[in-house]
Design a protein around this ligand. Structure first.
Ligand code: FAD
Length: 296
C-alpha cells in the first residue's frame, strides 16, 4: 500500500474520499455500495470518520479494517482524543496496526453533545491533537495527518495562535493536513499563504463537500462552522422543491471550486461523500479525472 506522505512527497496530487460509519444494516449496505462504486477511481486514500462515542467508534474501526483487508483501497483512520485515556488510544492504534492500517488522521475532537462547548480532556487523556500526533508516531511506523481550518478553528482567538498551533502539530510529526470543508476558495488560499509565510510546508489537502440537499446548508455550517455563501444558499433555496435542481447547483458549485483549486496547484482534493457516491462521481467525471491513476 502506498504511503500518503510518499505520494505527496513525489509531487503526485492526492484524491480521496471520506465516509462515516453506518448506524444501521441498510446504511451499511449503502456505505459499501458507495465504497465499491468509488473504488475503480483508484483514489490515493479513503478515510472513515471517528464518532463522538459508543458503538459508532467500534464501527469506525471495523469499517476501516474491512477497507484495509477486503478492498484495493488505502484507508486512513480518523482518531480523536475525546473521552479516551492514553492507554485506550494506544489500544485503538494497536487495533489499526493489526488490521493493516498504516495512516491515521490525528484529531482532538469536539466535546460530545455540543461541538462549541468547553473542551475538557479525559483525566488520563490528551489535550491537543499535537499530543495525539506524537502518540501515534510513538506507536509504530504510521503516516499521520492532521486537521486544518481555512476559516480558522472556531475556538482560536486569532490567526497567529491558529497558525502557531498548527505549526506545532506539524513539528510533532504530521505528514500532511486535510482541511475542514469550506465554500470559498479564497479562504483556502489565504490559509496556504499564512502557513507558507511562517515556513510551514506541510501539504494541505482541500476538503470539499458537494451540497446535494438544502437541509445540509444549516446542518453542515453548524457542525463545521463553515460560512455558507449567501448567494449559493439563495440559489439553492429558490429551487428547494426540486431535488434534482438542488443537486445540480450543489455539484456544479463544488466542481467549479475544484477546478479553481487545481489551477492553484492544490496538493489534493478530499471529497466528503456522506456515504453517497453519485455527487463525487459526477464531479470526478466533470473534471476529467476518471481513469487517472495515482502513482504508488
Ligand atoms: P487541535 O489541533 O488540538 O486544535 C483545537 C484548538 O486548540 C484550536 O483552536 C487550536 O488552535 C488550539 N490548540 C491546539 N494546540 C494548542 C496548544 N498547544 N495550546 C493551546 N491551544 C492549542 N471530529 C470528530 O469527532 N471525528 C472525526 O472523524 C473528525 N474528522 C475531522 C476531519 C477533518 C479533515 C477536520 C478538519 C476535522 C475533523 N473533526 C472530526 C473535527 C475536529 O475534531 C474538531 O474541529 C476539533 O475541534 C479540532 O480538532 P484539531 O485536531 O484541529 O484540534
Amino acid at each position: 500500500m502506498p504511503r500518503i506522505s510518499d505520494v505527496l512527497a513525489a509531487g503526485v496530487r492526492s484524491y480521496s474520499f471520506e465516509f462515516f460509519p453506518a448506524k444501521t444494516e441498510k446504511a451499511e449496505e449503502r456505505l459499501w455500495e458507495s465504497i465499491r462504486r468509488l473504488e475503480p477511481l483508484h483514489p490515493t486514500f479513503v478515510s472513515v470518520t471517528y464518532g463522538a462515542g459508543g458503538s459508532s467508534r467500534e464501527r469506525t474501526v471495523e469499517t476501516t479494517r474491512r477497507i484495509a483487508q477486503e478492498t484495493t483501497l488505502t484507508p486512513v483512520a480518523h482518531l480523536t482524543a475525546v473521552g479516551h485515556s492514553e492507554t485506550e488510544l494506544r489500544h485503538i492504534i494497536g487495533q489499526y496496526a493489526d488490521a493493516g492500517v498504516r495512516d491515521i488522521l490525528a484529531l482532538r475532537g469536539d466535546p460530545p453533545g455540543d461541538p462549541m462547548g468547553e473542551w475538557r480532556p479525559h483525566p488520563e487523556g490528551l489535550t491537543h491533537a499535537e499530543e495525539l500526533v506524537r502518540l501515534v508516531r510513538s506507536c509504530g511506523d504510521f503516516g499521520v495527518g492532521v486537521a486544518a481550518f481555512p476559516e480558522r478553528h472556531p475556538r482560536s482567538p486569532d490567526w497567529d495562535s491558529e497558525i502557531s498551533h498548527f505549526h506545532r502539530k506539524c513539528e510533532a510529526g504530521a505528514d500532511y493536513a486535510v482541511t475542514q470543508m469550506f465554500f470559498d476558495v479564497e479562504d483556502y488560499l489565504r490559509l496556504r499563504d499564512r502557513l507558507y509565510a511562517q515556513g510551514c510546508r506541510v501539504p494541505v489537502i482541500a476538503g470539499i463537500m458537494p451540497v446535494t440537499h438544502v437541509g445540509q446548508i444549516e446542518r453542515m455550517a453548524q457542525l463545521s462552522n463553515a460560512v455558507f455563501p449567501p448567494r449559493l444558499a439563495e440559489r439553492l433555496h429558490a429551487v428547494e422543491d426540486d431535488p434534482a435542481a438542488v443537486r445540480e447547483i450543489g455539484v456544479e458549485y463544488a466542481a467549479r471550486m475544484c477546478e479553481r483549486l487545481l489551477e492553484e496547484d492544490v496538493p489534493g482534493l478530499h471529497f466528503i461523500t456522506l456515504n453517497n457516491s453519485t455527487a463525487t462521481l459526477e464531479i470526478y467525471q466533470g473534471l476529467g479525472l476518471v481513469g487517472t491513476r495515482v502513482a504508488a
